[in-house]
Every structure is written in C-alpha cells, then in structure tokens.
Design a protein around this ligand. Structure first.
Ligand SMILES: Nc1ncnc2c1ncn2[C@@H]1O[C@H](COP(=O)(O)OP(=O)(O)O)[C@@H](O)[C@H]1O
Ligand SMILES: [Mg+2]
Length: 212
C-alpha cells in the first residue's frame, strides 16, 4: 500500500504552513520528517493520518483517499507523551490496540505479550502504566503501535522527552517495525534516528526536500 501525498497545501488563519508538498512512501519503509519547530511536521502527519483535511491536495493509499479508509485500523500513532491508560496494566494497554480489530481477548493478550517481549518488557506486563518511567512508557506505546498491526505507524517526535540512550533504543524498536511490514513515518528532531530511516525528508518554508 504505497502512501502518496500529492500537492498538499495547508493554511491556518490565512498563512500557508504547507505550500506544495508531494511525496511517496513505499509500504514497509521508514521515513523521517525533520525541520525546525513550527515548520509543519505535525500538520503534515495529521493530514497523512486523515485527522486534518488539507486546504488543497490529496493523500491516498493504494489510490484510495485516506478519508475513505478506516483511520483507526490503517494508522497507529506514537506521540511524544504516550497516552496510556494509567490504571491499566502494561499488557492491557497494548492489547487494547488489537481489540478494535475484533480479536478475542486471549488473542489480543498473546499479541500484546509478544510485542512487549520485543521491546524488552516481557517481565513487566502486569505493572500498572502509572508506574513506568518515560522511556518504558514510550516502549509500551511502540509495542501498542506494532501489535496493532496497522500498516502505517505515524510517530510525532517519539523521542522528544527521552535521554540519548533511551532515544536510541526507542528508535531501534520503531525502525524494527519495518520487519513486520509496517511503514513508519517519524517527525523528529533526532538526527541519529533520521539517519537510520530509509528516507529523510526535510520541511522548510512550506516545502519538502529530500535530505541525503
Ligand atoms: N490549529 C492551529 N491553528 C492555527 N495555527 C496552527 C495550528 N496548528 C499549528 N499551527 C501553526 O502551524 C505552524 C506549524 O505547526 P506544526 O505543524 O505544529 O509544526 P511542527 O510540528 O513542525 O513544530 C506553526 O506556525 C503553528 O503555530
Ligand atoms: Mg510538532
């Protein structure tokens, strides 16, 4: 499912944040979107994920407009501050990402434990989410995105609040999602993470250029 952004422009209050953005992302590949604060990274991710309608232009996946797709099963999001259900266990937080597909509870739990193993939290599945450190919570968020099986993961500054070592570990996990054939689009300031992606795009002055 190739994701295609075609001639997208977006305006807030009369000002164009995105002027003319076109890009194509192959299924299962990882793409970093870098750019200064306020350059439109979150806006672009929101348009890609169908949360925001562009002023002009289109986003399609395999030729179908994103708005015609089921957003919750096509995209899984990872944010800078992971939104976990704090009183629920680590396992529940990840399993809930699968229940929306109609998985039975036991299957969802199994998928959750597998994904949590991959992020190094196999022995922590019963902990309540409120007891996690920032890095652990972010790993749970990534496990949730990977376990969801959504073909596209959209990550908005996922390592923004993490220290260097935890950022690197988090980046590894996110980039590993490629192995499960999930495409990953990451808005980030983290150049070390960007370098590990298949493609690096930079937004500046409303346009996207390819960074080599
Ligand atoms: N809902 C909104 N209403 C008006 N302006 C907005 C809104 N969201 C973002 N902007 C403006 O759009 C620009 C790009 O924002 P954003 O996409 O959040 O950038 P980035 O994620 O790269 O920091 C900023 O100037 C921001 O103030
Ligand atoms: Mg942003």
């Amino acid at each position: 499912m190739s994701l295609v952004v075609d001639a997208v422009a977006h305006r807030y209050d009369g000002d164009f944040v995105l002027e003319d953005v076109s890009l194509q992302i192959a299924p299962g590949s990882t793409v970093a979107i870098t750019g200064p604060s306020g350059s439109g990274k979150t806006t672009l991710l929101s348009i890609i994920g169908g949360l925001l309608d562009p002023t002009r232009g289109t986003v399609t996946i395999d030729g179908r407009p994103v708005k015609a797709l089921s957003l919750s099963t096509t995209f899984s999001w990872v944010f800078q501050t992971t939104n976990l259900l704090l009183r629920r266990s680590v396992r529940d937080n990840v399993a809930l990402g699968r229940l929306q597909y109609g998985d039975r509870r036991a299957m969802a739990d199994t998928a959750a434990v597998v994904a949590l193993g991959a992020v190094g939290l196999k022995d922590q599945v019963d902990r309540p989410a409120y007891s996690l450190s920032g890095g652990e919570a972010q790993r749970v968020g990534i496990a949730r995105a990977v376990a969801s099986g959504a073909p596209w993961i959209l990550a908005d500054e996922p390592t923004g609040q993490l220290d260097r070592r935890t950022s690197d570990e988090t980046a590894d996990l996110l980039i590993d999602a490629r192995r499960s054939d999930q495409g990953v689009v990451i808005a980030t300031h983290d150049l070390a993470m960007a370098r590990r992606c298949d493609l690096r795009l930079r937004i500046e002055n409303g346009r996207v250029t390819e960074d080599r």
